[in-house]
Design a protein around this ligand. Sequence first.
Ligand SMILES: *Cc1c(COP(=O)(O)O)cnc(C)c1O
Length: 221
Amino acid sequence: MCIAENINKIKNEISDDITLISVSKTRTIEELEEAYQAGARDFGENKVQEFTEKVEKFHSDVRWHLIGHLQRNKVKYIVGKVYLIHSLDNIKLLEEIEKKYAAKGQIANVLIQINIGRDPNKSGILEENLEELISACEKCSSVKVKGIMTVIPKGDEESCRKYFAKMKRIYDDLAKKQYSNVRMEYLSMGMTGDYKIAISEGANMVRIGEGIFGKRMYKNI
Ligand SMILES: *Cc1c(COP(=O)(O)O)cnc(C)c1O
């Protein structure tokens, strides 16, 4: 199947109020263009350098999502270019985002990434540290939290469901509280292998790479 067919198939499976992010990491501009022609406007990248290169070369009406781990020293390169940062997970990073965005008079829209599976090899904040990070967000003037994001551990359907449901519970709890800088609009979870499960557990934003573009080949260059 080609990229356009994959996109159309997924769009037919999911309802209109769910945002489909085409995860285009490692893909060429020609491949992104095929997705764009099929109607894709939300693209996800995980590396800052690859992301900034693509922003330069690609359509200006695209909404770029930074879905990978973000290092503090890279924040300065992304100001004004990202629609949504999915990977806020610590206070030091928050402070750097606040500083660099404020300096340019811009607002950073972010999701807090939660390490819901407590996997030591994954980024994301642990649940018990969430409150502290949110309090810090409340003190910011240039950061708006729009929701939460996770990458869950690999596992069977039951295990996926359990983690997605946990995320939905956190999302609903946060949505009930009154914050000035934190509003639950996006629950970003679900990838190629598990997006249907994620949606059935409440995701309204899914990030799909291989299901759209085919298997990723990591080249050594
Ligand atoms: C690569 C990636 C995806 C997409 O994964 P696929 O299995 O290709 O759909 C989603 N989210 C994050 C954070 C990623 O790094």
